[in-house]
Design a protein around this ligand. Sequence first.
Ligand SMILES: *Cc1c(COP(=O)(O)O)cnc(C)c1O
Length: 423
Amino acid sequence: MKFETSLSFAQQLNAADPLKSFRDKFIIPEANGKQKIYFLGNSLGLQPKSANNYIQQILSDWASLGVESFFHAKEPWMDYHEKLVHPLSKVVGALPNEVVVMNQLTVNLHLMLVSFYDPNAKRYKIICEAKAFPSDQYAFETHVRNKGFDPASAIIEVAPRDGEYTLRTEDIISSIEKHGDETALVLFGGINYYTGQFFDLEKITRAAIAAGAKVGFDLAHAAGNVELHLHDWDVDFACWCTYKYLNSGPGAIGGAFIHEKHHKESLPRFAGWWGYDKPTRFKMEKGFKAMPGAEGWQLSTPGMFLYAAHRAALEIVEEASWDKILSKQKLLTGYLWFLLEEINSSSAKKNIVFITPRNEKERGCQVSMLMLENGKDIYNGLMKEGIFTDWREPNVIRLAPVPLYNSFEEVWKFAETFKNLIG
Ligand SMILES: *Cc1c(COP(=O)(O)O)cnc(C)c1O
């Protein structure tokens, strides 16, 4: 599509947007009766209005039936998991029995490392991106130590070349090839939280498999944001949080994917009673017997309030349809890029260095901009105008318009304000 800079063009895009009514399903932050422009769906997605009802339902089941709610609530708690897994499996491109909703992201990352980082004297390395999210770094480092290896030699970080901000796929692949015989696990973010770069997960997976290593992804910034085909790509495992693009609330319940090909193997795992074979779980017998599929990795009694909030958010995804969300994501972010590039090329200072890749296959909603001058003032100026973006030291502004509740007109208004602040 050929974009234009006028307000009326933004309004035309809004009018033609098949998802425009979905904004009303969310609570948009406001002050003095005026809605803010919220571009922080990459950090904490907004609240679905329906979350309140679903959480209230759990409270009232609990009040009227107590523990009997597991079996006798209008929607029995025992089967609630199934309402989540179906829409989620579409979002991550998996079979329903490859997906489990449980715990939180860092916990799930640890559980996956227990199962898929099984080093020996020859194969013990983990290949990952340099500057992975800190929690991920800590998880890798502690597992490596726990297995008796030294993180300094066992963790191989692939970094951008000098003067570049993002990783080249060829460099990732050549690192996997170079360390192939010694690599136990290749573990990348799906999308890097800082740069917004969407890695080529399919190619990384192929290279890891060719090297004889296991391969997994942390999809915190990818799940609910970009198109994924975990099953078809033959990824071993993945995990994600659901409070970012999946709008399921602060500290929301996390998710994990374990490829079907591993369901029959006896991988090492840390077990709990909720992962025990479902029909016989309540016999409470000695000796762990896993449920078939990804659910066999569950540990604990599910957090029903978290389930309820997640369900509210996933129902909206289902109603909107994942394909339409992806199409709007491309259009909305493409439009933002167009306006930002216009601003940068028409200003004398060329104050913006884009660190997110321009190519739509290498990014999702997020745009990260390194500001050469006055970054903090520009960020504060946006805040003052009711536009939420995110500031990362030393000088990066990140923003992410999301398809379910952001509009083309909001992107336009942001761009106008930004242009004036840049001067
Ligand atoms: C957001 C994020 C986390 C946060 O982990 P929690 O356990 O949910 O606090 C971890 N890793 C990545 C890559 C993230 O983007």
